[in-house]
Write a new protein. Structure first.
Length: 418
């Protein structure tokens, strides 16, 4: 308990005792002495109370940073104790979950309906340090360091933001008003007429569910022990990351897929430029200039670019300065915030000569170019019949996701890069 609180309570006790003594018409000598002692103690406590407040105020300022981040650290510590192994054994053998795993599952169930066992997104983090020697996980060492899910994904490196939504839908209003200014032509003259402030909504809806299925054999369940947890994490993380990256950029908006940046470019107003030639820094620089003209970027170092590996191969083979050996890729990479390579989030080259596409993004005013929404937690469901004859365990993980852009001027598409 704080010293100031203790002193304040003692002062309250003294006032209560004095109230009973001063109400007497003829106090005894002992009661008179008590009043003198209470009076001296009360005045002494007033000085101590002010000193305690000053000292505690300094302590609060020193601890401010810790208090602000304590909740995040406590949440990370709780999630670090979640065990996928307990989930697998609960689904396979009906074993009772305990510890932090049981607490987290119970908390998730209270906030949403799940057919199977809810698994928080944080639980799909890849825990670094495990060593696997064969196909059956047999870890030799497990370090406590964990990296977040999708930290190395293309969507994250291109500036996208993950948004977790409890229930319902979410939308991001984007300003589209063309506010004009005007000077008063004369003293007492009127300025320009007011312009309506308008916004466009960018909604995300829980209409798209991604499923990940995995089969765990009876041998793996009996031999792997705690190593099974790392194996499940890696498999689920890799599958979700690959599907998510592809959906963010190449999602068709049909057959259950969310609408990706390429399919939704026309509706969202994203500019698409047909290059029709081999990519060079001069070509990319023209598009970066358009970012700055549209007030989306203040410098080239605020722009990220995403290409196919074939484009990198061509640009890195094109020498710009023979004397220094600097290539077109070197020139571009030194100017941009990031040059990302992927063979998953961009379609394979087609045509003759073979040509592919590229994407440029930038974050403006702290607003990411696009959002990736996930609803609730991952719903992990067991199929008790498909592999019953082999004694295996088949799991299905369901994740609901959607994609939307913020401002269209923060994204540009390049096509026909040979």
């Amino acid at each position: 308990m704080l010293d100031s609180v203790k002193i304040s309570r003692r002062q309250s006790e003294i006032r209560q005792a004095l109230a009973g003594l001063v109400g007497k018409d003829k106090p005894t000598d002992d009661e008179t002495r008590q009043m003198d002692e209470f009076d001296r103690e009360y005045r002494s406590n007033e000085t101590r109370y002010r000193a305690a407040l000053i000292a505690e105020d300094d302590e609060r300022r020193e601890a401010k940073g810790e208090l602000e981040t304590r909740s995040d650290r406590e949440w990370s510590e709780i999630m670090a104790g979640f065990e996928m192994r307990q989930v697998a054994l609960a689904l396979d053998e009906g074993r009772q979950m305990d510890g932090r795993t049981a607490e987290i599952v119970s908390e998730l169930r209270s906030h949403g309906g799940y057919r199977g066992v809810p698994v928080p997104w944080e639980a799909l983090e890849i825990r670094a340090g495990e060593t696997v020697s064969t196909a059956t996980p047999a870890p030799l060492r497990t370090a406590p360091i964990m990296e977040r899910l999708f930290a190395s994904s293309v969507a994250a490196r291109m500036g996208g933001q993950m948004v977790n939504i409890g229930v319902g839908e979410i939308e991001y209003p984007v300003s589209t008003s063309q506010v004009t200014t005007g000077w008063a032509a004369s003293e007492g003259g009127s300025v320009g007429s007011p312009t309506a402030y308008e916004t466009t909504d960018r909604p995300m809806k829980p209409d798209h569910t991604l499923g990940v299925q995995m089969k765990i054999t009876r041998k793996a369940l009996k031999q792997s022990g705690a190593g099974l947890e790392q194996a499940v994490r890696r498999d689920m993380n890799g599958a979700i990351e690959e599907a998510l990256d592809k959906a963010v950029f190449l999602g068709s908006g049909a057959s259950g897929e969310p609408t990706g940046i390429f399919a939704g470019a026309a509706a969202w107003g994203i500019v698409s430029t047909a290059v029709g030639d081999v990519a060079t820094w001069a070509t990319i620089r023209e598009e970066v200039k358009e970012f700055m003209l549209g007030n989306a970027a203040n410098s080239t170092s605020a722009v990220r670019a995403m290409f196919r590996p074939e484009v990198w191969n061509t640009m890195d083979d094109s020498i710009w300065d023979a004397g220094s050996g600097i290539t077109e890729w070197d020139r571009m990479e030194s100017k941009l915030a990031a040059a990302v390579l992927t063979n998953n989030a961009l379609a394979a080259p087609t045509g003759s000569p073979a040509a592919s596409s590229a994407v440029l993004t930038t974050s403006a005013g702290g607003v990411p170019p696009f959002f990736v929404g996930t609803w609730g937690a991952v719903d992990l469901i067991r199929d008790p019949y498909a592999d019953a004859a082999q004694g295996g365990l088949r799991l299905t993980a369901l994740a609901t996701m959607d994609v939307t852009v913020s401002r269209a001027v923060q994204t540009r598409i390049l096509t026909g890069i040979q």
